[in-house]
Design a protein around this ligand. Structure first.
Ligand code: COA
Ligand code: AMP
Ligand code: ZN
Length: 428
C-alpha cells in the first residue's frame, strides 16, 4: 500500500489526537487576532492555555453561516488582509454572501489535501485530469486544479458546461480522470451515447471524483456502469476551503476525513449535544491548519455519521458516511447552492405576481410555478415577456436557470400553517 503522506495518514490515533491538540492551541492563538473570535474568547475566557484537551473544544461556542454573513466581508480575518492572496465567496446577491480568505500557506495546504485524496484513489502524475467544475468562485474549480497540479497530473481546466467540447477533450487528450458533479456525469454519459462514443472503447477514462451535491450509492454505481470507471465520493465545502475535506479510499466504505486539518464532531442539531458514535447528526468542523480565517466548531448543516472501526486501507483518519441531507433548507442543484428565500425575494419584486409559489426539483431540473396576481392580464405575449424577465433575474441571483411557469390565481395548493414551498423529488 502506498500513501501520499504515509506518516500522517497512518498515524496512531493517540499521536493524531496529540497533533490535533497542538494544532488546535495554535489555531486559538491565531484566531485571537480575528475581531470575531477575539470578542468570543474574551466573553468565554478562552485562551490557548485554557484548552488542555480535545474535550475542552466544547468550551468554545459554535460558529454558523450567519456569523460569516454578519461579519462580511473581512470581519473573520485573523491575519492582515495584505497577507491574504485569495478569497472565495458564496453565490447570490440576496443578503450578504459568505467569504473565506486564504493565505499562500493556506492554499498550499489545501492543494496538499486534494493531492492526498487523489493519490488515495490511485491517481498519479501520469494521469490526465479534466475538471468540469465551474472555476472562479466555485471552489471545485481552483481547488481541484491546484491539487491535481501538486499531484503532478496533466490538468485540463475545462470548467462547466459545453458538453460536446468536454467530450472532444476527453477523446483528443486521453483524459483518464474527471472531477464531475453526479447529475452532470449522467448527462455526460447520455451525450456520449448520442454521439456514438463508447467510454470503454473510445476513451481512457478510469476514475471519476464525484461530489458537491447529494447522491445515492445507487447513483454512484450507475455512474461507474455508464462511464466504465471507478467513481469516488468526495466531500468539500467552501467554508472548509473546498474539495479535499473527506474522500472515499479504494475500500469505498465511507469518506476519510483528514483529521490533521479538521476536528470532527457530530451533534444533534436540536439539543446541540454530541450524538453517540455511529449515530446520524450534524457535522461540525474546526479548522486546525488554517491561518487567514480559522473556523471553530463550524456548523456545516450536513447530516452524516461516523463509520466505526478500522479501515483495511491502513489510514487511521475517521470515516464519515454518505450525506443524509441537511439541517437547513439549502438546496444543491447542478453543484450550485441556493436558499428558497433567494427565489422568493426575486419573485416578490414583481407586482404582476401573487404570493403563492411552488418549487419542484426533479433530477437536475428546477421548476418554479408562481401564481399571477389578481390584477394581471392573460395576454400571451405580455406573459412571455414577463416570464423571460423573471427568469433572467432568477438566473442572475441563483447562477442556474429554473423553468418558470406563471399560473392563474388559485391554481396552486393553498398553503396552510407553515408553507411548504419546495418539493424535492430526488432520491438520495
Ligand atoms: N457541471 C458542469 N456542467 C453542467 C452541470 C454541472 N453540474 N450541469 C449542467 N451542465 C452543463 C449542461 O449540460 C449544459 O451543457 P451544454 O452546453 O452542452 O448544453 C451547460 O452546462 C449549461 O447548462 P444549463 O442547465 O443549460 O444552464 P444553467 O444556467 O441552468 O446552469 C451551470 C449553469 C451548469 C453552468 C451552473 O449551474 C454551474 O456552473 N454549475 C457548476 C457548479 C460547480 O462547479 N460547482 C462546484 C462546487 S464545488
Ligand atoms: P460549497 O460550499 O458550494 O462547496 O457546497 C458545500 C456543500 O455541498 C456541502 O455543505 C454539502 O451540503 C454539499 N456537498 C459537497 N460534497 C458533497 C458530497 N460528496 N455529497 C453530498 N453533498 C455534498
Ligand atoms: Zn480507507
Amino acid at each position: 500500500m502506498t500513501y501520499w503522506q504515509a506518516e500522517v495518514e497512518t498515524m496512531s490515533r493517540a499521536d493524531l489526537e496529540k497533533l490535533q491538540l497542538e494544532y488546535l492551541k495554535k489555531t486559538i492563538r491565531i484566531a485571537t487576532n480575528s475581531p470575531f473570535y477575539n470578542k468570543i474568547f474574551k466573553e468565554h475566557h478562552i485562551t490557548s492555555d485554557s484548552i488542555c484537551s480535545l474535550d475542552d473544544l466544547k468550551k468554545i461556542p459554535f460558529t454558523t453561516k450567519e456569523d460569516l454573513r454578519n461579519n462580511y466581508p473581512f470581519g473573520m480575518a485573523a491575519i492582515p488582509i495584505q497577507q491574504c492572496v485569495r478569497l472565495h465567496s458564496s453565490s447570490g446577491t440576496t443578503g450578504n454572501p459568505t467569504v473565506v480568505l486564504h493565505s499562500a500557506k493556506d492554499l498550499n495546504e489545501w492543494a496538499n489535501q486534494v493531492a492526498r485524496c487523489m493519490y488515495m484513489v490511485g491517481l498519479r502524475d501520469t494521469d490526465i485530469f479534466q475538471n468540469t467544475s465551474g472555476y472562479g468562485m466555485f471552489t471545485g474549480g481552483l481547488g481541484f486544479q491546484y491539487g491535481a497540479e501538486k499531484l503532478g497530473a496533466l490538468t485540463v481546466p475545462a470548467a462547466a458546461g459545453n458538453t460536446k467540447r468536454q467530450l472532444k477533450f476527453i477523446t483528443d487528450f486521453g483524459t483518464t480522470c474527471l472531477h464531475i458533479i453526479p447529475s452532470y456525469a449522467t448527462r455526460l454519459a447520455e451525450v456520449m451515447r448520442e454521439s456514438g462514443i463508447d467510454p470503454r472503447r473510445d476513451t481512457k477514462l478510469h476514475t471519476v471524483c464525484i461530489g458537491a451535491e447529494p447522491h445515492s450509492e445507487e447513483q454512484r454505481l450507475r455512474i461507474e456502469e455508464l462511464l466504465g470507471v471507478k467513481a469516488y465520493n468526495c466531500f468539500g465545502m467552501s467554508e472548509m476551503n473546498g474539495p479535499g475535506v473527506a474522500f472515499e479510499c479504494k475500500e469505498q466504505n465511507g469518506m476519510h476525513i483528514w483529521e490533521d486539518y479538521v476536528i470532527v464532531e457530530i451533534i444533534d442539531p436540536v439539543t446541540l449535544e454530541h450524538v453517540p458514535e455511529g449515530e446520524v447528526g450534524e457535522l461540525v468542523l474546526t479548522t486546525i491548519n488554517r491561518e487567514a480565517m480559522p473556523l471553530l466548531r463550524y456548523r456545516t448543516r450536513d447530516l452524516t455519521r461516523i463509520i466505526s472501526g478500522d479501515c483495511p486501507c491502513g489510514r487511521t483518519h475517521k470515516r464519515i458516511d454518505r450525506f443524509k441531507g441537511r439541517s437547513d433548507d439549502m438546496i444543491i442543484l447542478k453543484g450550485v447552492n441556493l436558499f428558497p428565500i433567494q427565489i422568493e425575494t426575486v419573485l416578490m419584486k414583481f407586482k404582476e405576481l401573487g404570493n403563492n409559489y411552488l418549487i419542484t426539483i426533479d433530477q437536475d431540473e428546477m421548476q418554479i410555478e408562481v401564481e399571477l396576481s389578481d390584477l394581471f392580464t392573460d395576454d400571451y405575449s405580455v406573459l412571455q415577456r414577463l416570464t423571460k424577465e423573471i427568469t433572467r433575474q432568477l438566473k442572475d441571483e441563483l447562477l442556474l436557470t429554473p423553468k418558470l411557469k406563471l399560473v392563474g390565481r388559485g391554481s396552486l395548493p393553498v398553503q396552510e400553517g407553515k408553507a411548504v414551498r419546495v418539493k424535492d423529488l430526488r432520491k438520495f
